[in-house]
Design a binder for this molecule. Structure first.
Ligand code: 5RP
Length: 231
């Protein structure tokens, strides 16, 4: 199986997670090619949900094209499940996300959800986060100042994702050259820089369940409760 087929397998496996939900539940939907496969699988599955809270314009368009109702987060009294991909995930289910630039809305919806289900192919599993450049969403007028602060804080290289504007009208700096020993601490420290909107470390709110597709099967794992309760 190639990488795209593995993404599709992880996405299909996520349908089973919906079976435990009461009929007509709302779910949160992330962004990216793996999530696109999930949206397509959901639409074709006959699974009855009331609607979806979407993390990006791209996912909203795809959901709408399938006739899946979009619901604003403000109108979602409970959100039992959030389904999203990742750029990297470690053994504690901490993640780097935001390769598609939707990290801020993803983080907001993940924070509101009771359960975060991460779907990805086995290439995303790492021992230490940081080989994938860590995205940081930044207010445009603060870009250069924030880049300097990031270099001072992390020792990494902050590269502007030129020509890319987030759905929130901001820019992205990608931090290259990291090996992240303490994801929770770095997530907090980056958020202290004036001008940072959010960063792509999902450690304070990591995944609860991982569906990881490898050639032989889709592996399902749950985060240890001690890690979950320290959130
Ligand atoms: C988008 C994300 C995605 O989840 C991440 O980039 C993985 O994408 P893909 O499923 O295309 O590999 O965080 O902001």
């Amino acid at each position: 199986m190639n990488q795209d087929e593995l993404k599709k397998a992880a996405a299909r496996a996520a349908l089973a997670e919906l079976a435990a939900l009461p009929p007509h539940s709302l779910i949160g939907i992330g962004t990216g090619s793996t999530v696109d496969h999930f949206i397509d699988a959901l639409a074709g599955s006959g699974t009855r949900i009331r609607g979806a809270v979407s993390s990006s314009e791209a996912s909203s368009e795809r959901l709408a094209a399938h006739g899946i109702p979009l619901v604003r987060l403000d109108d979602a009294e409970t959100l039992p499940l959030y389904i999203d991909g990742a750029d990297e995930i470690d053994h504690g289910f901490n993640m780097i996300k935001g390769g598609g630039g939707a990290l801020t809305r993803e983080k907001i919806i993940a924070a509101a959800a009771q359960r975060f289900i991460c779907i990805c192919d086995a290439s995303k599993r790492v021992a230490t986060l940081g080989r994938f450049p860590l995205p940081v969403e930044v207010i445009p007028m603060a870009r250069v100042q924030v880049a300097r602060e990031i270099v001072r804080l992390t020792g990494g290289e902050a590269r502007w994702r030129e020509g890319f504007i987030t759905d929130n009208g901001n820019c992205i700096l990608d931090i290259h050259g990291l090996a992240i020993a303490d994801p929770r601490a770095l997530e907090s420290d980056l958020n202290q820089i004036a001008g940072v909107v959010s960063n792509g470390l999902f450690a304070r709110r990591g995944a609860d369940v991982l569906l990881l597709a490898a050639a032989e099967r889709v592996w399902r794992g749950e985060r240890q409760s001690s890690a979950a309760s320290s959130r």
